[in-house]
Structures are given as C-alpha cells and as structure tokens.
Design a protein. Structure first.
Length: 419
C-alpha cells in the first residue's frame, strides 16, 4: 500500500517557528558536551572559570536548561499526531524505525553521546497507542508521568545519600546487605559520584581519548552512549515521554496552533516566566551554595520539571503572541525554515561538533572556556538561520528530511522546487 506524503501547503507556522527556536536553543546545552569534558555539563566547578563563565552558566541554566528539550519534546508529540492522521500504522512505525537509524548514526558514528534521536524514536513507537485519547486524558497521563519522574529524582537523592558512606556500614535503608552487594554498591557509588567529582586523571584520560583520533574518540563515545542507553528506563524515558504526551494534549486543545485567545498566551507567557525563573533561580542558587553537590543537581531535584516546563511555556506563549500580532516577520521566516529542517540542523550540529572538537577534526575539546564556546554557538546559529532559508527557497525539504520521507514512503518526493 502506498500513501502520499503530507501536503507541503498544510504546514502550521507556529509549529515550524517553535521547532526552529527549540533546535537552535538545544545547542546552548549540547555545546558544553561537544566542546568540554563531559563532567562539565552537570558540574561547572569541574573547570575553573572566570566570573563571566559563572554568570553565563547561571543565565543558561535558568533560561534554557531542560526548557529547550521540553519544547522540542512537546513539538515531537504534536508531530506524531500530525503524521499519523489518516495514515496506516505501518507508516508511523516505519518512520520511527528510520529515525532510530538516524539516531544510531548520530550517536555512534558522529560521536554524539548526548544524542536524543534514539530515545525519541523508541518512544515514538509507544506514542502511536496514545493518539486516539482525548486531550484531557492525555493531560492527566502526562501529569501522572511527570509526578512519577519527580519521584524518581527524589528517590535517587535518597538512594545516593544512603550509599554515600556504604563502605563504612553494612546496611542500606536499615536493611542488612551481603558483602557482594556492598561491593556492587561501592562500585555504583564511585561511578555516580565520580561524574560530579572527577579526578584530574579522569579529566585528562577523557580529553586524551577524545582528542587523539577518530578511533579513540569512537571507543570512548561508544562506552558513554551505551551507559546512557542503559539508564533510559530509570530517567530519560520518563522525562521525555511525559512531555511528548503533554504535547499531544496541547495540540488537541489547539494551543500549539495558536487557536486560543491572545490573552491566554499572554497569561501563559507571564505565569510560565515567573514560575520558571523562580524555580530555576532557586535551583541554581542551591547548586552554587552546595558547591554543585549531587544533592542539589537536576537528577535529584523534585522541582526540576516545574522549572523547565515553566520556561518552555513562557517561550511558547511569547512566540505564538508574536505570530498572532504578525511581528518579527524576518526572524519568523528564518526560524520557520530552521524548523522545517529540524532533523538536518540537529545532525549538522553534531557534524560541527565532530569536526571542531573531536580527534576526527581540530581536537578542540577542552580548549575553549564556557564563554568562548558560546561564540561558537552564535556562529552556528547565524549559519543555520541563513543556510536553512537559502536551502528552503530552492528545495521542498531539508536534505535529511527528504531522505527520511523517501525511506518512509518507499518513494522519494520531488526535491527541487518548481521555478
């Protein structure tokens, strides 16, 4: 059975602009793992920084950490609803399978251990079974999963505190444990705590492996990505699926399409901003006061989802208001084109990271400070905004979007626009 791809004229501007904004915003966080030792992402005190570096850390953590990923996940959930409308299930599963293949290439061969495409593809298989639910049902499920995710974070904190001194005792949560279990817990503790407090040798070894050659960087990256995949079920899976289901609900309520009043989006922007900035500022202050202790980090925080969703809703409200009042036409045009090429732009960011920072290219990992890395971010933004608009003025799809569609439908659509 064959099916025609979605009509290009049926695109929704709000979704494209929001997606473009999110994919550019994600680079604010990913650049830290591309360009610096991996420990630096969770603990900024690992590398001695200037006052400017610390101010940038606080501003990015408050305004973007988690929020951009949440916005991207919301839009992915909406995209599943758009794609599966009036299409047989086989096309969705085939599309998800090819996204998984893109993710494998990105994660392993482009050396991006922070890749999200693998996880998105795996969750996409599950999302199909939620698409017929009512928006209020989806909203309830999302809230329950978000609460569950927060409880996982809370439980993680309790567990990490319990095993902190495990080598000096024989109990955990007042229960006796065997010597073999104790050895396993000591190994686990050292692994987790080592992420927040690496030794100079840990940092040196990582940088050497990532700098030396493509082969050495590939081996190091494969180990890190495999660890990340193993942890999906305990953390990232619930983090992402809860927000994707929320996106499905928001789409059915027509919130993402700009279908409600301007007053609604104004309130969403203001309330989201106040909640997001307040919660995130408190978390940043707690992290700073504790010298970036694991117990003041996002992996043990009960309020993490509240803060990141607050900021995501704030951006959502602001961007849709700009569109409803028909402002910032040029910026919207460029962001919309970035959004239409979201997969391509996401993969291009990985390619930039590969060339600039790994042993396959200039081996600059660990050489630039936090503030210098954001100069790189700005340059990539300028390139992607202009390249996307140039490309979309000549072609119907981004290069990787075209390949994805062709593989999904077993028929490649026309790429070059008619003159």
């Amino acid at each position: 059975m064959t099916e025609s791809p979605t009509n290009l004229n049926n695109r929704i501007e709000t979704l494209d602009v929001l997606r473009g904004f999110a994919v550019l915003g994600i680079l604010l966080l990913n650049i830290l793992m591309f360009g610096q030792v991996s420990f630096y992402y969770l603990n900024p005190s690992v590398i001695q920084g200037t006052l400017t570096d610390w101010i940038i850390w606080a501003l990015i953590d408050i305004s973007a950490e988690g929020a951009m990923r949440a916005l991207f996940s919301i839009l992915f959930g909406a995209g599943v609803l758009l794609f599966t409308k009036n299409k047989p299930a086989s096309f969705h599963f085939k599309r998800s399978l090819w996204l998984l293949c893109f993710g494998i290439v990105d994660a392993y061969f482009l050396l991006w251990f922070g890749d999200i495409l693998i996880l998105y593809a795996l969750i996409s298989f599950v999302l199909f079974f939620f698409k017929e639910l009512k928006p209020q049902t989806l909203l309830i499920i999302s809230i329950v999963l978000l609460a569950f995710n927060s409880l996982i974070s809370f439980g993680t904190g309790k567990f990490l505190n319990e095993i902190k001194d495990i080598d000096q005792k024989n109990t955990i949560f007042n229960l006796n444990i065997s010597e073999d279990k104790k050895k396993d817990l000591i190994e686990l503790r050292d692994l987790i705590y080592g992420v927040f407090n690496p030794t100079p040798d840990d940092i040196r070894n990582e940088l050497n492996q990532r700098k030396e050659s493509y082969t050495s960087a590939f081996i190091w990256n494969m180990h890190e990505k495999n660890l990340a995949i193993k942890s999906y079920i305990f953390s990232s899976f619930w983090d992402v699926i809860s927000v994707m289901i929320l996106g499905m609900s928001l789409f059915k309520y027509r919130i993402l399409q700009g279908g409600l009043s301007s007053l609604f989006y104004l309130r969403l922007m203001i309330v989201g901003f106040l909640v997001g900035v307040s919660v995130n500022s408190f978390e940043v202050w707690s992290a700073f006061e504790s010298n970036n202790s694991i117990f003041a980090s996002r992996i043990t925080s009960l309020t993490y989802d509240v803060g990141r969703l607050g900021m995501a809703f704030s951006y959502l409200g602001l961007i849709i208001l700009i569109i409803k009042f028909d402002k910032a036409l040029k910026l919207r045009y460029h962001l919309s084109n970035v959004g239409k090429m979201a997969l391509t732009n996401y993969l291009f960011q990985s390619i930039f990271g590969l060339i600039l920072f790994s042993g396959a290219g200039f081996s600059l990992v660990g050489e630039l400070s936090r503030s210098q890395l954001y100069i790189v971010v700005f340059c990539i933004w300028v390139y992607q905004l202009n390249f996307s608009s140039w490309w979309m003025s000549r072609y119907n799809f981004g290069p990787f979007e075209w390949i994805w569609r062709g593989l999904t439908y077993s028929k490649f659509p026309k790429l070059i626009k008619a003159k």
